[in-house]
Design a protein around this ligand. Structure first.
Ligand code: C5P
Length: 332
């Protein structure tokens, strides 16, 4: 076998509820992950030593050294199987990117997941899905979900996953890519600052502050409950397959922080809603904006109108749920 190629989807967060910072610097989350049909492709080939080549969308902004998440995933898998007598040598990783870099779509995590799946096949490690998922979680918070795909509830840092019911329904989304990037740690830090300022303004009331997710809006006195919770109404809407019920339930606690760092996003979100989207939100830590359409035709109309409105760099139409990282066959 000369090489193995895996394909891996981008992710959206249909709910992203963020708790206060933990002692390790991460934030406890409750999130509804949703994989969509925007795929990177990762090929691994045996080589004298590990290396990476990146082509496609934003390739020059992807780290090419050991900082590369796909290479980190290769090292983590090699370390995990070394004791088992498997013979993992060096690999060259080639990443063909379609998922924009630092866009809130977990492209780096996706590449790590694809590298794991491809090396797992190349080395015939015999690891179970669960073991692979455990290794994925050590590489990054979103890597385990990129392996799983579909729609799933994430807890902890986002790595503790429960697959959600998978209705036959496909949801149709329009992604509006921004002219710029946002750093995930910078957006979490901005959220902490916004919440601290809000808490100060409220005289210390409320543990979490920040933008209330829909289930918390309209509550008494603006205080939020101390725990982040799964939006049961969103889950029920998703199970119904009715996009018009899902749209109003989309929520992202990171959105005010992303907008504070990238104010142009406000205009993009407003434009999408005015153009008929059923719901709009910032993807993860941004700056990509996500719009839900009623069906494929509406998504096409929305994509055309949004690109005409000049409120983003480019648009893409995707659908979800999409399957997780999977081998697509030997490299030719
Ligand atoms: O796990 P990952 O490396 O993808 O996370 C990137 C950064 O995002 C972390 O270093 C942290 O600053 C932030 N983060 C967080 N809480 C999470 C996930 C990520 O604060 N649950």
């Amino acid at each position: 076998m000369t090489g193995v190629t895996a394909r891996v989807p981008a992710k959206l967060n249909l709910q992203l509820a963020v708790g206060p910072p933990r002692a390790d610097g991460y934030h406890d989350l409750v999130t509804v992950f949703h994989a969509v049909s925007l795929f990177d492709q990762v090929t691994v080939e045996p080589a004298g030593r590990d290396g990476v080549t990146v082509t496609g969308e934003g390739a020059n902004r992807v780290p090419a050294g050991q900082d590369n998440l796909a290479l980190r995933a290769v090292s983590a898998l090699r370390a995990a199987v070394r004791d088992r007598g498997a013979g993992p040598g060096g690999v060259h990783v080639t990443i063909a990117k379609r998922i924009p870099v630092a866009a809130g779509l977990a492209g780096g995590s996706a590449d790590a997941a694809a590298a794991l799946v491809a090396c797992n096949e190349l080395w015939a490690t015999g690891l179970t899905q669960q073991q692979l998922s455990g290794i994925a979680a050590t590489v990054g918070s979103d890597v385990a979900f990129a392996l799983l795909g579909g729609t799933a509830v994430g807890r902890g840092r986002g790595e503790r996953l429960t697959p959600a019911l998978a209705p036959a329904t496909q949801y149709h989304w329009v992604l509006a890519f921004a002219d710029g990037q946002l750093s995930t740690p910078a957006v979490y830090a901005a959220l902490d600052r916004l919440r601290a300022a809000q808490q100060g303004a409220q005289g210390g009331r409320g543990a979490l502050g920040g933008k209330a997710s829909p289930q918390e809006q309209g509550g008494s006195g603006g205080d939020r409950p101390p725990e982040v919770t799964l939006d049961a109404a969103l889950m029920s809407a998703l199970r119904s397959g009715d996009a018009s019920r899902v749209g109003p339930r989309l929520s992202n606690d990171l959105q005010p922080a992303a907008v504070s760092l990238f104010p142009a996003l406000r205009k993009t979100l407003t434009a999408g809603l005015e153009l008929g989207a059923l719901g709009a939100l910032v993807a993860g830590s941004g700056p990509t904006c996500v719009f839900l359409a009623a069906n494929a035709e509406r998504a096409l109309e929305l994509a055309v109108s949004l690109s005409g409105a000049g409120v983003c760099r480019s648009v893409a139409r995707v659908s979800g749920p999409a399957p997780g990282a999977a081998v697509v066959g030997p490299d030719r």
